[in-house]
Ligand binder design. Sequence first.
Ligand code: GCB
Length: 607
Amino acid sequence: MMNWKVFLFAVLVSIPFSFLKGQDVFIANIQDREHRCLDGKWEYIIDAYRTWGMGGMAIYKNATPKNKTDRVEYSFNPAQTLWVPGGWNVQQPELTYYEGNIWYRKTFNEENISKNNRYFIHIGAANYKTTVTFNGTILGTHEGGFTPFSFEVTDLIQPKDNYVIIGVDNSRQRDYIPAEVTDWFNHGGITRSVNLVAVPSTFINNYFIALDKSTLHKKTKALSGKMVLTGDVLPETARIIIPELKVNQELTVNSSSVVEFSIDVKHLELWSPDNPKLYQVIFEAGEDRVSDEIGFRTMETKGKQLLLNGTPIFLKGICLHDENPLRQVRANSMEDAKLVLDWAEELGCNFIRLAHYPHQENIVRLADQRGILLWEELPLYWGIQWDNPEVLTKAKQQYSELINRDYNRASSIIWSIANETAPIPARNEFLGALADYVRTLDDTRLISAACKKDQELDGHPDSVYTYNDPILKKLDILSLNEYLGWYGGLPDACRNKSFHTDLDMPIIVSEFGGGAIQGFHADSLTRWSEEFQAYLYEESLAMFDSIDGLVGLTPWILVDFRSPLRQLHGVQDGWNRKGLISEKGYKKKAFFTLQAYYKSKSIEKDK
Ligand code: GCB
């Protein structure tokens, strides 16, 4: 039993926990850096009451009893193991619904440490609050379950017996993003890869390059952006090389670590779904060199139109969660990304809504290669504390990490800043500030939010849904979630509804749909049958097709996904059944209904 002295000690030692610094520096494009992958089996210790990790026993010190009288009430040697990357819930039956803290440990040798290098522990994502320690030193904490971060270990790394101990806490809290309730599974733990990254003492931590919109219609176009350097001694010059465009340009660094540039290019092939052209772009500064594959395009709106490279486009989309249903895990590999993109392509999609949080980087890179457009978002979802300024700071931090990661991905065209949030003043202010912030970081994408219709008693006839959410003034696209026919009414209710807004902007239907058990067949009015879902799709598609300014759809959702909210025995059993494909990979009837609709859209376009 813990006595009060031990308890007090635990509390005191854990006080600095909340004041620990955040990540050291954002490092982009790990795959192209010198890195050592630390994925695989990690030992773990459960710290359910959050007492032993930092205070009390100080698990991060990695102690082992030296004498037979020593009392060390934890052990990584031996300990059970968890696979990284991966959520813990699906790895041990007793962890299925565990929400709390777990300490992970990995040991490794690094014989070839170079004095000229700096070393970082880079974590692709860990859900939700993460404390990183290395060789017994606490490096800091990171909040947010879906974006990458890194901590420097240059002064701590040794040739032998390094240990990185990481505490991850997936408990749900009111002032977190997401907050306490979501309609998806709370996969806890280190869900994406961990790497030890080596970079020169001054290095390019990130780079941002995009086609300058104002040159879209010119013969000579401009690629502009910046390189961001980290290090005490800056080089005098840096360089950008794009071999295929015959670009090899020296840039003057001056005294700033941000090196801006604008480069004229001739014969640039634009990136688009029909021609997902990527160029090798090499950035050099001092000893450092990073190479990436980057596409160039513009994305704008004109009245009710959506223009990709100046040409109107219709987004044939689908929503997706970041899970591999067949492995029943959080997605974390190129194979996982291929599985779902293959299905989306078979459906006829040129667009995917990556709901409701940043997905793994692999899928964004694969979408770049395949020419699939993406909508990305943060989990600013139900129950957010809009009036808490700290939550706004967290939202900005998560957005800046996501933009740092994906700015250079041509496929990613929309930042969505919220999903189904009621337009109260505190929320309007919060999201307005966030929209302004996102625009300052990135003007190469459009901003939207999945909105709800106005209250029905707003003076319009019953058959019209109206949209006048004040946040729309800050957005480029009106996106709406509408479940008529599933939550309220039967599918034929869609015949009497139309949509109206006074705003001159493009519209995306960002969600609609209904549940079905794959393999259950009945008449089209029987809930949970494949026939009901297909009928709902037919009626919904006809209704949405009549929207003036409709530029795309992302029905809810490609695949059934895990959700603790969905417990109807024999039907849901922990799965949201609105997928067009079951968790076993079998297609439902509605998959083919949507496929036929998208085919007809392509034929319309070719006429
Ligand atoms: C929604 C939410 C989504 C849910 C979906 C549903 O409006 O945005 O996260 O999963 O409805 O299935 O009810």
